[in-house]
Design a protein around this ligand. Structure first.
Ligand SMILES: Nc1c(C(=O)O)ncn1[C@@H]1O[C@H](COP(=O)(O)O)[C@@H](O)[C@H]1O
Length: 164
């Protein structure tokens, strides 16, 4: 099965990006984690972006904060789908800087942008992309979604019960 690459601009992003790694591992999908910065390690970014599709990846998740150029630059270099995670980092003003840096891509170079610090949803979306051509992963996603539904139904019953 193809792997997912989870990359981020700094080790300081890892506490947020770990959510993507954890949910993917929960779906038994192999994940490689790396630190790649468009600003600080541009040569590594080019090498990673140009070769990711030859290295067994199906999807790239890229997280960055502040002037978050990493996801867009990876998307410009790679034919793979890129999911961008805006991170509210120490150099973010309020997080909107990260969101808009990743979201407002020019036509032709999409980055599927999740919510601020939304690494868990990025992991689920990556699993769904893999699941569209892998029945085993698709089945796990269906079970996961069933679990979400059951949790809400149980919560609603508890609320009803306690308000009587
Ligand atoms: N946005 C980028 C890029 C990039 O886009 O290439 N490289 C690092 N960074 C971000 O800078 C923030 C602060 O980094 P440090 O904590 O290392 O100072 C991090 O959120 C990182 O993603």
């Amino acid at each position: 099965m193809k792997k997912v690459a989870v990359i981020m601009g700094s080790t300081s992003d890892l506490p947020i990006m770990q959510d993507a790694v954890d949910i993917l591992k929960g779906f038994d999908i192999d994940v490689d984690v790396d630190i790649v910065s468009a600003h600080r390690t541009p040569e590594k970014l080019f090498d990673f972006g140009k070769n990711a599709h030859k290295n067994g990846y199906a999807v790239i998740i890229a997280g960055a904060g502040g002037a978050a150029h990493l996801p867009g630059m990876v998307a410009s270099l790679s034919p793979l789908p890129v999911i961008g995670v805006p991170v509210k980092s120490s150099n973010s003003i309020d997080g909107w800087d990260s969101v808009l840096s990743i979201l407002q891509m020019p036509g032709g170079v999409p980055v599927a942008t999740v919510a601020l610090d939304g690494a868990k949803n990025a992991g689920i979306l990556a699993a769904q992309i893999i699941g569209s051509s892998d029945k085993c992963v698709m089945d796990k996603i269906e079970i996961y979604k069933k679990g979400l539904k059951e949790k809400v139904i149980k919560g609603a019953e508890e609320v009803k019960g306690s308000s009587k």
